[in-house]
Write a protein that binds this ligand. Structure first.
Ligand code: ZN
Length: 176
């Protein structure tokens, strides 16, 4: 396993539409392993392959919570290949979202509270699941990445322009 570099705003690759995975090869398994290591190291709860510059429809996620005693949580790694939302509730919920590609920026986003998701696992098996709560928010956020959509796209133009400007300036400073 290896930690890969996470690309950040305003990297244009974040706007790419990722390609479906035809077959779960050794390379795809390696990519998923690396994405977990990268995600846990960040740390984050979800990662889309494009965030490590691979335009493929692959997501890693781990929503395990730390125990109440503050001990380490048991890892619950999950892989979603070619995931799609097949239905969404009318009811919405609001979560404060963040993104490893937009570090240290958090804003509330309103999304459908429940979704039904279809995806393939690493064994090539297709699943359908109902998601709600944090799972629903996270899977929608990550599937958006596969379509070149970022959570800041749901904010007002004013807020979006402000965050884009901040990250563009930071990228320029890093080049100097
Ligand atoms: Zn994200």
């Amino acid at each position: 396993m290896a930690i890969r570099e996470i690309i950040i705003l305003p990297d244009k690759q974040l706007r790419l539409v990722s390609k479906p995975i035809q077959k779960v090869t050794a390379e795809i398994r390696q990519l998923a392993d690396d994405m977990f290591e990268t995600m846990y190291d960040a740390p984050g709860i979800g990662l889309a392959a494009i965030q490590v510059a691979q335009p493929l429809r692959l997501i890693t996620m781990d929503l395990a919570k730390k125990s109440e005693e503050g001990g380490e949580a048991t890892p619950q790694p999950r892989v979603f290949i070619n995931p799609e939302i097949i239905s969404s509730s009318e009811e919405t919920s609001v979560y404060e979202e963040g993104c490893l590609s937009i570090p240290e920026y958090y804003e509330e986003v309103e999304r459908p509270a429940k979704v039904r998701v279809r995806f393939t696992d690493l064994d090539g098996k297709v699943h359908e699941e109902d998601a709600e709560g944090l799972y629903a928010t996270c899977i929608q956020h990550e599937i958006d990445h596969l379509n070149g959509v970022l959570f800041v796209d749901y904010l007002s133009k004013l807020k979006r322009d402000r965050v884009l400007k901040k990250f563009t300036k930071a990228a320029k400073r890093a080049e100097e």
